[in-house]
Design a protein around this ligand. Structure first.
Ligand code: ZN
Length: 145
């Protein structure tokens, strides 16, 4: 199953400067202004992506847990007040077992809630660990077929 995507996957920029330049060019190219805003944006997972809703324009903002700011490509706003769950990687790990359209998490849902949903819907994660995905797949072939 696919992992949960972050701002890094969407904007291809692991460092803040290149992302800032890309953001400025995009926003100004669409007639907008870059604006630092004080509102807090709250991380959630929607269809396999870490995002937040822009408090200014309601567009989805891509987030990355290691980035200290979020940039809205809808209105140009930049936010530094970001709220993440305590264990984003654990949430992502549980959601990975699902198909992308069911990889959703909202603030307030616990990891136990997500695991219970996986069990209720008979979601089984066949991956053992990260390295297993890159290894041979011969073990997954059914016997006697
Ligand atoms: Zn916005």
């Amino acid at each position: 199953m696919s992992r949960i995507k972050t701002a890094r996957d969407l904007h291809f920029s692991p460092d803040d400067v290149r992302h800032a330049i890309r953001h400025a060019i995009f926003v100004r190219g669409h007639g907008g202004d870059i604006e630092q805003r004080l509102e807090t944006v709250v991380a959630r997972v929607n269809h396999g992506r870490w995002i937040a809703d822009c408090p200014n324009c309601n567009a989805g903002i891509a987030l990355h847990p290691e980035w200290d700011r979020a940039r809205c490509f809808g209105c140009g706003a930049i936010y530094r007040n970001l709220t993440w769950p305590a264990h984003p990687r654990l949430i992502a790990r549980v959601l990975r077992a699902r198909v992308i359209r069911h990889q959703n998490w909202e603030p307030g849902e616990t990891v136990a809630d997500l695991i219970a949903e996986n069990v209720a819907h008979a979601v089984v994660d066949l991956t053992v660990d990260e390295t297993f995905e890159d290894g041979p797949t011969g073990d997954l072939v059914a016997e006697g077929g």
